[in-house]
Ligand binder design. Sequence first.
Ligand code: NAD
Ligand code: TDX
Length: 336
Amino acid sequence: MRILVTGGAGFIGSHFVRTLLGPEGPGGALAVTALDSLTYAGNLANLRTAQGDSRFTFVHGDIRDGGLVGSLLARHDMVVHFAAESHVDRSIAGGQEFAATNVLGTQVLLETAVRHRVARFVHVSTDEVYGSIDAGSWTEDQPLAPNSPYSASKAGSDLLALAHHRTHGLDVSVTRCSNNYGPYQHPEKVIPLFTTRLLEGGSVPLYGDGANVRDWLHVDDHCRALRLVLEAGRPGEVYNIGGGTELSNTQLTERLLDACGAGWERVERVADRKGHDRRYSVDWSKIRTELGYRPRHSFADGLAETVDWYRANRSWWSPAAPAPRAAARPAAGVRG
Ligand code: NAD
Ligand code: TDX
């Protein structure tokens, strides 16, 4: 098994590399290559444990570089594609890199995979491509209705992946997961942002009315689901992956305040995110029944461990990089 992991220095990609090389990895003859251009979100420290493993290689490069991608795919059987611009607020501030990496970069990977007859390709996408849903959950056959430049670029890449199956017979599966959390997540995303700010004694910016709902998926459960899809997913199929814990941002904030020993006076109500999707929810019965996926991590334990990790690994995140906001002026009032 020779697996190319794009975006392998990011949050989920680096966790996937660690799980492949860890005790629950596939075993046998294994070679894992991480290809990553090390944007602001990529961090080689995420791969420290992998670096000493003779089965692992890191390649610093861009997925849009067709020559480099061709030379790598000539000697890999499988691709798990994580590389992307991944933060919604950044895409609202400016979407060009999102179109360039998420759409064009994915196209380069897909057509090169066809040329080199790559045996298996997993394209990692997001529940955000379905858009917002007030009640119930999206199944895989729902039409895509993305709202942010980020989710629109991911929807474009999903459709390209499926098109390469239908047109060229590429053995590709697409996954759409909910919000991941866990160690090594960049402190621009809400859980690490709030955790690091609270640990530093600062305040946290809660967007709008705090009633937006997200489903939370531990990165470890996500990576186990991806392994199932890589090994047994059907070509041309989409698999939703959920974590089973839906929370409003207010409920999430409450839990983070508790975990960090802080009160509501540390919460600053700020203007809402533009086009802020109210609720995401995926129906993940397909991956459960077809591939036997079940999340192992309870959110309570997973969140406590995650907060402990940020507490114990200040050097990894401090000073935290501020994420650009397109619309974030302090608004009146603090929930008390
Ligand atoms: P991340 O931002 O932490 O990591 C992305 C990685 O891709 C970084 O290491 C970055 O350097 C690399 N990268 C960016 N542009 C590149 C390019 N042109 N060439 C090579 N490398 C490049 O993101 P993440 O949270 O680990 O997300 C991984 C994937 O999972 C993304 O495709 C994202 O859309 C998807 N996803 C994430 C979540 C989540 O909650 N984090 C949820 C659903 C789906
Ligand atoms: O400072 C903040 N305050 C706040 O209230 C931030 C950064 C976020 N929020 C809210 C917005 C969302 O409702 O918290 C929720 C989660 O926000 P993010 O962490 O930015 O995640 P989200 O926009 O839901 O997208 C994430 O999940 C799906 C990932 O960033 C995407 O890559 C993934 O596709």
